[in-house]
Design a protein around this ligand. Structure first.
Ligand code: 5GP
Ligand code: ZN
Length: 113
C-alpha cells in the first residue's frame, strides 16, 4: 500500500530501529516509545486489522512474540510486559496496517531514567 507508513518501513523507504525480521514479519521500536523498548510486531503483507488476518498469518505474527519479548527482557530488564493490539479508530488504532505492541513495564516509570 503506497500511502501506508508501515509498508514504507517494510520496503526500506523510511528507516526504523529494527529489532527482529524474518520472511513474514518485521519488528521495530515504536517511534514514540511509551516505555523503553516499546516494540511493534508487523506482518510484511498489508492487512488493516485483526479482522483481515488469516489464522496462518496470525500464527506467523504471534509465533515470533516470545523470542522478541525475551530479547527485550534481556536487553532492558523490565519487571513485566504488556502485549496489545488496537483495532479501529475508536480502539486507539492510528496506523491501519496490523501490528502488535510489546510494551515493557518498569517499577520505576518509563525505563528511560
Ligand atoms: P496504534 O495506535 O495504531 O496501535 O499504533 C501505531 C503506533 O505506530 C504508534 O505507537 C506510533 O507511535 C507508531 N508509529 C507511527 N508512525 C511511525 C513510524 O514512522 N515509525 C515507527 N517506528 N513507529 C511509528
Ligand atoms: Zn501497510
Amino acid at each position: 500500500m503506497s500511502d501506508c507508513i508501515f509498508c514504507k518501513i517494510i520496503n526500506g523507504d523510511i528507516p526504523c530501529a529494527k529489532v527482529f525480521e524474518n520472511e513474514h514479519v518485521i519488528a521495530f521500536l515504536d517511534i514514540s516509545q511509551v516505555t523503553k523498548g516499546h516494540t511493534l510486531v508487523v506482518p510484511k503483507i498489508h492487512k488493516e486489522n485483526i479482522y483481515e488476518l488469516t489464522p496462518e498469518l496470525a500464527q506467523r505474527v504471534f509465533e515470533v512474540v516470545p523470542t522478541i519479548a525475551n530479547a527485550i527482557r534481556e536487553q532492558f530488564s523490565p519487571e513485566g510486559i504488556n502485549i496489545l493490539n488496537n483495532n479501529g479508530e475508536i480502539a486507539g488504532q492510528t496506523v491501519f496496517h496490523y501490528h502488535m505492541h510489546i510494551i515493557p513495564r518498569y517499577s520505576k516509570g518509563d525505563g528511560f531514567g
